[in-house]
Design a protein around this ligand. Structure first.
Ligand code: OAD
Length: 236
């Protein structure tokens, strides 16, 4: 029986691909107030500004390539059942070859009509459209007559894939948390659903705001940290 590794990733895993994190110095939220561009309220008040913000993120994503950390995570599938739960809206895990990726906070390359809710029951999934790396603007109207919006979980909205993520973490034999400041809930609390016997590995160059005796912290950047993690797994 293959063991099951669940990976919870954040912006730090894509930093070495040239995509900014959010809360580091010089990060996306350093210069921009997230409530102005990534909240339910901003979408109501100034949808054009929200669309423009995600148009920029899509352009950056088009230029980015998966890095060695994304590839190492995909490579784990040779020996393990691997589920990636990512807070990232980029598609670099998939482009590196990961086949089971849950996007907790949505996906930059997808849009949906604004009057469809973001349910986890599949009801709204039928309305989700791939927009690739192209621009989406005011006046881009779905077949149902509604303005298209980013398929992103805005601040102030529910996280529809949460139940699925909890279910996966509960099944983990090994939990790997990589490149997240663990500041945003409910994602930050997911590790609590891991079984008492499940070892938790964290890869992040910064200090982490958790204490749990199951945790081993590899205090390195994602690419180097993944090399160490894979070495440790082979010694098991
Ligand atoms: P943050 O920007 O909050 O945290 C990034 C983490 O990555 C920090 O802990 C850094 O120390 C770490 N880091 C930086 N460079 C790294 C590297 N090269 N390798 C590994 N780690 C590195 O990003 P998230 O925790 O992902 O929400 O943010 C969570 C959510 O907040 C995002 O999903 C986004 C944002 O608002 C939405 O888009 C809805």
């Amino acid at each position: 029986m293959k063991k099951r590794i669940v990976v919870l990733s954040g912006a730090g895993v894509s930093a070495e691909s040239g995509l900014s994190t959010y809360r580091d110095n010089g990060g996306l939220w350093d210069g921009i107030d997230p409530y102005e561009v990534a909240s339910a309220e901003a979408w109501e008040r100034q949808p054009g500004k929200v669309l423009e913000f995600y148009n920029i993120q899509r352009r950056k994503l088009a230029e980015a390539r998966p890095n060695e950390a994304h590839r190492a995570i995909a490579g784990l599938e040779k020996d393990y059942i691997v589920d990636v739960i990512t807070q990232n809206i980029d598609n670099l895990h998939e482009r590196a070859g990961s086949t089971h990726v849950v996007h907790l906070h949505g996906e930059a390359t997808k849009i949906r009509p604004e009057n469809t809710c973001n349910e986890s029951d599949g009801f709204s999934e039928q309305y989700v459209v791939d927009c690739g790396y192209g621009e989406v603007n005011i006046g881009d109207i779905a077949p149902n007559g509604a303005q298209y919006r980013p398929h992103i979980v805005f601040f102030g909205e529910a996280v529809p894939k949460l139940e699925r993520a909890i279910d996966l973490v509960e099944k983990a034999d090994i939990l790997l948390i990589i490149g997240t400041s663990l500041q945003v809930y409910p994602a930050a609390g997911l590790y609590r659903y891991a079984r008492a016997s499940t070892p938790i590995w964290i890869i992040d160059p910064a200090e982490i705001p958790l204490y749990d005796r199951r945790i081993t912290h590899i205090r390195k950047k994602a690419c180097e940290g993944m090399e160490e993690f894979v070495r440790e797994l082979h010694q098991e």
